[in-house]
Ligand binder design. Structure first.
Ligand SMILES: [Cu+2]
Length: 274
């Protein structure tokens, strides 16, 4: 179902999000369906020409009706509030999916108008393509080297904002092999429409081969190459870099945080990039 990735998830995060969507929709139907039925029924039954319907112009209060119209919506609001609270913790994008497994680290950097993905442990980088082994949790730290962007891979999970001078985080897992579409969903100007990428969820062997392919690129993402890449460009083809300038991700955050240390990533981040 290529047209409805949110309704056809391939990972536990997107699946849980869909569960909540279905549950909330179903529970709201308890009010919505009777309202639509009654809207049609009352219109026909109490039409001016129907002399059989009871005419009660002085009616103004009836306890059973009050109890029904207040208690049912109140119960639904309580139910929705409880489930949103529960799922907000369950789906916290900063929470590791499986604390017993070391996640694959990826750093996502939004640029005008492409996504740069850095794999600090593999020391590679790639523009507009993401790869991950199936069944391995992926921890994506996200920032922007331009205006606010937002990262989403609908088959795997919901969107997280990318902001200059700040770091956000998204933990995902693909439990089936496949190629999943992702993009920026925060309007950012001229090249926004084409700021898309494919995510390849692969077997461990295929992923290792993918890393090897990047390592053969023969072109390293040093400071000068990065500055050239960061300039606005559109419909940028997939590009591999066989090396990455150490600490690049933190430097991009530092560039926009103007020395405001509270907004800098903390120790865990510094350790993974050094
Ligand atoms: Cu922010």
């Amino acid at each position: 179902m290529a047209d409805g990735p949110t309704l056809d998830p391939t990972g536990p995060i997107a699946l849980t999000e869909r569960d909540l969507l279905f549950k909330a929709t179903a529970i709201m139907m308890i009010v919505i369906i009777p309202v639509f039925v009654m809207a049609a029924w009352f219109t026909v039954r109490y039409r001016g020409t129907n002399r059989k319907a009871r005419y009660t112009p002085n009616f103004d209060f009836y306890w059973p009706a009050e109890i029904i119209v207040w208690s049912i919506p109140a119960a639904i609001v309580v139910w929705l509030a409880f489930h949103l609270w529960e799922y907000t913790y369950k789906l916290d994008p900063y929470t590791e999916i499986d604390p017993s497994v070391k996640p694959l680290q990826v750093q996502a950097i939004a640029q005008d108008w492409k996504w740069l993905f850095v794999y600090p442990e593999q020391n590679i980088a790639v523009v507009n393509e993401l790869a991950m082994p199936v069944g391995t949790p992926v921890s994506i730290t996200i920032t922007s080297d331009t205006v606010m962007n937002s990262l989403v891979i609908p088959k795997l999970g919901g969107q997280i904002y990318a902001m200059a001078g700040m770091q956000t985080r998204l933990n995902l897992l693909a439990d089936e092999e496949g190629t999943f579409w992702g993009r920026n969903v925060q309007y950012s100007g001229t090249g926004f429409a084409d700021q898309q990428f494919q995510t390849h969820a692969q077997s461990k062997e295929e992923f290792d081969a993918w890393v090897e392919k990047a390592k053969q690129a023969g072109k390293s993402l040093d400071a000068a190459t990065y500055d050239a890449l960061a300039k606005p460009s559109q419909k940028v083809p997939v590009t591999y870099y066989s090396g990455v300038e150490p600490g690049l991700f933190d430097k991009i955050i530092a560039k926009w945080s103007h020395g405001d240390m509270d907004r800098m990533p903390h120790h865990s981040q510094a350790e993974t990039t050094e």
